[in-house]
Design a protein around this ligand. Structure first.
Ligand SMILES: Cc1cc2nc3c(=O)[nH]c(=O)nc-3n(C[C@H](O)[C@H](O)[C@H](O)COP(=O)(O)O)c2cc1C
Length: 444
């Protein structure tokens, strides 16, 4: 199935021609692509394929979703300025990132709870990414433990994304596991120290974590398991009722949610569904997670601890101000990731494409600058790279591909972006990503 050998910088060459030819040839026999190429059609197909809750969780943003729209609108203020009559017959999409040559300038952004899109979730994403030589940033909120993801795609490059939890022992343990399971870097996400005001999820009263989804990194972690056991022990000896937790009304939906939590919690009980249903551990795991998830008390001073926990490079995700990028360099951080979480955290916030040039200018090439939020096609990636991003991260589109066609869907979405980037590179008169700069753009 794979037309591109992973990790080989030459492998992505000619991807545009191969992809077009594959699609048009299949069309002669009446076969259309498994996932739509057009990004609006892709989103619409995902909406049809997914449950209402899953689509809301993936597509939704904070508040009135003005940041989601602003991220896209910012691309509309830049245009590609083509220069013909240059020989562009051989094009090189490779970049240097974290000390290695990568065949493409793409990364996959961390997306939690991908089991909402497909049962194979992160395993499918990891395989698809590896087949194209695209590094995959595995989420702290993934649906499979990082060790299982590593064995599903052993040849794939992986980064691990951490939400800095309230338990330092847990943070240290997660980073140890990331290093042991072959991740190349740690991405610390800074913009989710409080869960955003996600209108669509609130209207559906649906948060996947409260149903035991997206907490596999935690339930498979020895430190977290210990926290859960301690919680169960403490509540068995305590006579205090939780003061601010409203009781859950017993309805068929509540029972179904309880069964789901028990099923997910079998990683903790080490037993089947029947025993897990009787065990207090699965419910305690959800409660423990909700307690420790991402501390709002995190400051620059805490970051130094990560250096004690891991020897891997550290990238800060959620940097949108040049001063913070400069501080990151002063603190010895190895990379910054310009992101506003796809507009899922603050409504009417700064679009990342507008924040990118200031960050790039301040960083002056000293560390890599990853960019995300709003990339929907290869031309978008071209614009971000022209503005100085080292790498462009794909978010929602690959989740849509996953929901529509599993691993194949993710692969097609990423391959299509790669093909469009290759074409844009050539048509604009460039032969290498490294040659694309501000002179390739016009501001409007
Ligand atoms: C469904 C979903 C789940 C996400 N989960 C995480 C996560 O676990 N960790 C994280 O750092 N960012 C997470 N993000 C943010 C993405 O990494 C990325 O910043 C964002 O999707 C980029 O915006 P875009 O998808 O509009 O391009 C999530 C985004 C979505 C849509």
């Amino acid at each position: 199935m794979s037309t591109v050998a992973p990790q080989d910088p030459a492998a992505a060459r000619g991807i545009a021609r191969r992809t077009q030819s594959e699609i048009y040839r299949a069309g002669i026999s009446g076969t259309k692509p498994a996932v739509p190429i057009d990004s609006d059609a892709l989103e619409a197909a995902a909406r049809r394929a997914l449950s209402a809750e899953a689509f809301a969780y993936i597509a939704g943003g904070a508040g009135a979703e003005r940041t989601v729209a602003a991220n896209r609108a910012a691309f509309g203020r830049r245009q590609v300025w083509p220069r013909p009559l240059r020989d562009v017959s051989v094009r090189d999409l490779s970049i240097e990132f974290l000390g290695r040559r990568r065949p493409t300038p793409f990364l996959l952004a961390p997306l939690g709870v991908m089991e909402m899109a497909h049962d194979d979730a992160d395993l499918a994403v990891a395989r698809a990414a590896a087949s194209l030589g695209v590094p995959y940033t595995l989420s702290n909120q993934a649906s499979f433990p990082m060790e299982e993801v590593a064995s599903a795609a052993p040849s794939g490059a992986r980064l691990f994304q951490l939400y800095w939890s309230a338990s330092d022992e847990l943070n240290a343990s997660l980073l140890r596991r990331a290093e042991a399971s072959g991740c190349e870097a740690i991405v610390v996400t800074l913009d989710t120290h409080l869960l955003g005001w996600r209108t669509r999820d609130l209207d559906l009263a649906y948060l996947p974590f409260t149903r035991g989804m997206g907490i596999a990194q935690y339930t498979s972690d020895p430190v977290f398991q210990q926290l859960v056991r301690e919680r169960v022990r403490a509540s068995a000896t305590s006579t205090d009722a939780a003061p601010d937790a409203p009781a859950v009304r017993i309805t068929p939906k509540a029972i179904a949610a309880g069964v789901k939590i028990a099923r997910k919690g079998s990683a903790l009980t080490g037993a089947g569904l029947r025993e897990s249903l009787r065990s207090p551990l699965p419910r305690a795991a959800v409660e423990t997670f909700l307690d420790v998830f991402s501390t709002p008390a995190l400051t620059w001073d805490h970051l130094a601890k990560a250096r004690e926990w891991t020897g891997l490079p550290i990238i800060l995700k959620g940097i949108v101000h040049a001063d913070d990028a400069a501080r990151a360099i002063d603190e010895g951080v190895d990379g910054v990731w310009v992101s506003n979480h796809g507009g899922r955290q603050i409504d009417q916030s700064v679009p990342t494409l507008d924040a990118l040039p200031g960050v790039v200018e301040r960083v002056q090439g000293r560390i890599p600058v990853v960019f995300d939020s709003g990339i929907r096609g290869g031309a978008d990636a071209f614009i971000a790279l022209a503005l100085g991003a080292t790498a462009a991260a794909i978010g929602r589109p690959y989740a849509y591909g996953l929901g529509i066609a599993g691993e194949v869907g993710v692969r097609e979405v990423v391959r299509n972006m790669l093909a469009e980037l290759d074409i844009t590179l050539g048509l604009s008169g460039h032969t290498a990503i490294a040659d694309v700069g501000l002179d390739a753009l016009r501001e409007v």
